[in-house]
Design a protein around this ligand. Sequence first.
Ligand code: SAM
Length: 235
Amino acid sequence: MFRASILTLFPEMFPGPLGLSLAGDALTRGLWSLEAFNIRDHGLGRHRAVDDTPAGGGPGMVIRAEVRAAAIEAALPPPDDRPRLLMSPRGKPLTQARVRELSSGPGVAIVCGRFEGVDERVIAARGLEEVSIGDYVLSGGEIAAIVLLDACVRLIPGVMGGAASHAEESFENGQLEYPQFTRPRDWEGHAIPDVLLSGDHARIDRWRRQESVRLTRERRPDLLDGGPGGKVAGE
Ligand code: SAM
């Protein structure tokens, strides 16, 4: 089973949206599990301090290495072969290919940063893989962790149900998905493209492939070159 362990200063943020809809149903059905651990339990002194001022000066606070390490040791006793991720704007951008890899493994341990981040020494010493969900800065790693888990959980077999398929979704074949339509046939003077109502599945497939390429070329030409979210060579 896919097991997710989260290390955070705000365990009450979990499961949050992951307790609803597809991910929430799957959690209730035992298709994956989620545990959130409070880093503050390993804080120092009467006030359970977890952070300190940055060495060398500068704004903000940094989470102390020994506090972070103690939280990791308590939450992830060996043997634990799950990837240890640190949500970080400096990390490698998350892609659908990485999501697919993670979702087919034993699960993930996710460390959520706050303040200015985490003491650099603990990242290397505890083998944390930095993962970014995009080129912008959030106030904490929790929402980024929720994004990553949502993307992983929906790929776990049985979560989306038999009828649902993600094989044609955006990024699965290095392209964006084709446009979707449903009833009514005419809406505010706009009709569904005739080809989709033709019943000719070969023509429909061809139209969808062409539309995928057109949209990808217009919006994400980097994907066609095998860019960050694109098809990985040899896949
Ligand atoms: N000072 C850091 C920097 O400039 O790289 C930003 C720290 S941010 C205010 C606090 C925490 O939010 C980070 O440690 C990280 O866990 C999380 N975070 C912020 N933006 C993120 C992103 N784009 N992807 C993943 N995590 C992010």
